[in-house]
Design a protein around this ligand. Structure first.
Ligand code: ADP
Ligand code: MG
Length: 733
């Protein structure tokens, strides 16, 4: 929502006046209105994504060099981090054997010399030259007796005087020096003067936050590291508060949708279906499942449509909870729908749901006996035209109670008689519009929505990404599961052991999965490689076993056919691509071999591994790959990821490790865009700040959802600064 520069010019808004104090105003002032910024600098700034004064002052340092920790080269020991001020002696550029750009810079400081190796930063060769004085921050390594730093942080000394020196990201590449940035930011802050405070004084006091003006000054030119941290806390809080306020507004807006169905719940005379369903199961619900069902029933019986997220680890029994919610709709005479992201998953849901419902009766008016069986149907892209012609009229008449399917559920020709509860599985794979479309299938009212994620995400991340939903966590696995033993097969001997285990388990009557290397994102390429892998295994490590092939490119009924053979035990080993990632449930499978495991993310590995350990037999998971020829981890990150997989099977713990390793970008990216507003805040480091921001957001938005009108500046910032397509809509109501 930034107005174009020319537009502003014509409005004469190109001067920072004394009154320009709101962040939203700074967002409208082009950066070249600063005295120090000429056309060349403006172009370079633009390349770094900085076009307005607000962009400039929120271009935060990537790190701060603490000159008080300055060391002499001779005093640094291998493994120690330190700041060194030194003179450049020589600069050499070359390519490494595997083609990476390497710039070698040697420096000395009178006490000793140091080699600095910069990988993939060819531009360094232009940045530094012999005779120049530089400040370096990094960890000292000793490599073949030479003292070196790999990719240290560089600061061109210039005339920086403070003891804490900010270092800005990406700037050198665009030809911007840290020194220039410091000067411009200083000018911008000087001329902006006092910044308006959007938060009430009580909030500042209770959350122990400094004023925004102080925070902006201190983040760019801190007097000490402690002061810098105080400033960072305030500015990170602002980022989190804006996001949380959007989430809370959205939540309140959903709650205002008044056309909810008050479902029949509890144990009254009309609410017998769900209790009978539970009583007829071959097992008893876990405590967590009972709590989840109870929470959901409160929502369903209440005056607002449900918007709830069900989180639970792989195998925690989410399907049962979801089905209970759908049956609440059915027992009140409404319909339920379950939408899954893939055909395999939808079919799997259908197959696991149908036996659970068999024999379950629901009351029916006009039927002589007053009841009939609960009817579940499946609708995917594979449903034939003839089947659709038969199914769709029954659906629109209300003869189908629960419809399970894929995106096929939301096409225009699908009409429900009375859709009451919607379950969306793996919701991050669906866009906002697709979810809205499914909701629109319920005419005349807003259906209750339960969203499930197969992959747990840490609490603070869930609060940010799914902050508009209520949350239920299934924190208990059904009894009798034996833990999966995971081995990262680093040495050739381990790999041989993996195949040996497959053969042994098959001999004992169990089954196995082999997940093929993820050579390419393309389904076609994956299919080819899976086929080749099957042939290789059939002729070698797994010869004599009955192998089946499963990949996304298999035509029509073949996927289902091979899954059927595997389920019935007619196939010993399923060689597959990641289509087996979610939902596939064959308790007799006890071995999972994942080839090139280092190519998969942690969530995916956890999902894949969750395909075994579903029965009472001891299960094994082997992770292949991720090492060099001598069995050493190919990188620290791979070692951490695969090591964590070996250490624990707890999905929430793995999610924390994942967040630690990859940062929030990936998690935030799983929902709609607009989560890129976190420049300083970190979902992993700032957990308590996330919670505090959420609390304050609820406070400011108020119970009726209209409190923000009393916090006009914050409201304006959210409207103008939060990159969220829905932020604007939220203010319309
Ligand atoms: P999730 O979808 O959470 O990964 P599922 O719903 O697929 O887990 O359930 C995993 C397996 O556990 C299924 O075979 C299911 O029948 C079984 N199951 C679910 N709840 C229970 C329970 N309370 N006791 C025993 N087994 C259960
Ligand atoms: Mg499941």
């Amino acid at each position: 929502m930034k107005t174009s520069v020319s537009n502003l010019r014509s409005k004469g808004a190109d001067r920072i006046g004394v009154m320009a104090r709101r962040l939203t105003q700074l967002a409208h002032i082009p950066v070249d209105t600063l005295d120090g910024v000429g056309p060349r600098s403006a172009a370079a700034l633009e390349e770094a994504g900085i076009t307005t004064v607000l962009d400039l002052i929120t271009h935060y340092p990537r790190r701060w060099l603490d000159r008080t920790r300055e060391a002499r080269i001779a005093d640094l020991r291998p493994g120690m981090e330190g700041v060194v001020v030194a003179t450049v002696r020589a600069v050499h550029s070359r390519r490494t054997r595997n083609g990476r750009a390497l710039v070698e810079v040697s420096v000395h400081d009178g006490t000793g010399s140091l080699a600095c190796n910069f990988f993939n930063q060819a531009w360094r060769a232009k940045q530094v030259h012999a005779g120049m004085e530089v400040t370096l921050f990094g960890k000292l390594d000793a490599y073949r007796g030479r003292r070196q730093m790999v990719n240290p942080v560089v600061d061109l000394l210039g005339d920086a005087t403070g003891r804490i020196v900010p270092v800005y990201p990406q700037s050198e590449k665009a030809g911007l020096t840290t020194r220039d940035l410091r000067v411009w930011i200083n000018e911008a802050l000087e001329r902006a003067g006092q910044l308006v405070e959007p938060l009430p004084a009580e909030v500042l006091e209770r959350q122990d936050l400094v004023s925004r003006s102080v925070a902006f000054r201190q983040i760019h030119a801190p007097e000490s590291m402690a002061v810098k941290e105080v400033a960072r806390k305030r500015l990170a809080f602002d980022e989190l508060l804006r996001l949380q306020t959007v989430m809370v507004l959205r939540k309140k807006a959903l709650e205002r949708e008044a056309k909810a169905i008050r479902h029949v719940v509890g144990d009254g005379p009309r609410a017998t279906l769900v209790p009978r369903f539970h009583a007829g199961l071959p097992f008893t619900l876990t405590g967590a499942q009972r709590r989840a069902v109870a929470e959901i029933e409160v929502d369903l019986g209440g005056p607002h449509p449900m918007h709830r997220l069900l989180q639970g680890d792989v195998g925690s029994g989410k399907t049962l909870v979801a089905l209970s919610a759908l049956l609440v709709a059915v027992q009140g005479g409404h319909q339920g729908a379950l939408m899954a992201p893939t055909e395999v998953l939808a079919e799997q849901h259908f197959l696991s749901v149908r036996p659970l419902l068999s024999g379950l009766k629901v009351g029916e008016e006009g039927n002589l006996f007053g009841e009939r069986e609960v009817r579940v149907e499946l609708l995917t892209a594979r449903t034939t035209a003839a089947e659709r012609r038969e199914l769709l009229p029954r659906l629109s008449k209300g003869d189908v109670d629960v419809l399970i399917g894929t995106h096929a559920l939301i096409v225009d020709t699908v009409e429900f008689a009375d859709l009451g509860v919607v379950v969306i599985d793996e919701q991050h794979r669906f866009g906002v519009e697709q979810r809205a479309k499914l909701r629109d299938k319920a005419r005349g009212h807003d259906p209750d929505v339960l969203v499930m994620t197969a992959t747990p995400i840490p609490r603070t991340a869930a609060m940010t990404v799914f902050g508009d939903l209520d949350m239920t966590v299934l924190d208990e696995l059904p009894p009798g599961r034996t833990p999966i033993e995971t081995t990262w097969a680093r040495a050739p001997l381990d790999v041989a052991m993996a195949w040996e285990t497959v053969r042994r388990q098959v001999a004992a009557g169990c089954q196995a999965y082999v997940v093929c290397p993820l050579v390419d994102e393309s389904e076609k390429v994956q299919a080819v490689s899976a086929t080749a892998e099957l042939e290789r295994l059939a002729a070698g490590d797994l010869s004599g076993l009955r192998l089946g092939l499963l990949h996304g490119q298999l035509p029509g009924g073949e996927k289902e056919a091979v899954m059927g053979r595997f389920r019935r035990g007619e196939v010993d080993v399923l060689v597959a691509t990641t289509v087996v990632e979610v939902g596939v449930d064959v308790p007799n499978a006890t071995v999972m071999v994942i080839e090139d495991a280092d190519h998969f993310g942690m969530a995916q590995l956890h999902q894949l591994r969750g395909r075994v350990g579903r029965g009472v037999d001891r299960s094994h998971c082997f992770l292949l790959g991720g090492t060099d020829d001598e069995g050493r981890p190919s990188s620290d990150e791979v070692a951490a990821r695969l090591g964590a997989m070996e250490r624990t099977t707890d999905g929430f713990e793995l999610a924390e490790v994942d967040l630690e390793l990859r940062g929030e970008g990936t998690i935030l990216g799983t929902r709609q865009k607009g989560r890129s507003d976190l420049k300083l805040a970190s979902l992993r480091r700032d957990k308590s700040l996330v919670e505090a921001a959420r609390e304050v957001a609820f406070l400011l938005v108020g119970p009726d959802g209209r409190g923000l009108s009393r916090h006009e500046i914050l409201a304006e910032e959210i409207r103008d600064l939060v990159d969220d397509e829905e932020a604007e809509f939220l203010f319309k109501s």
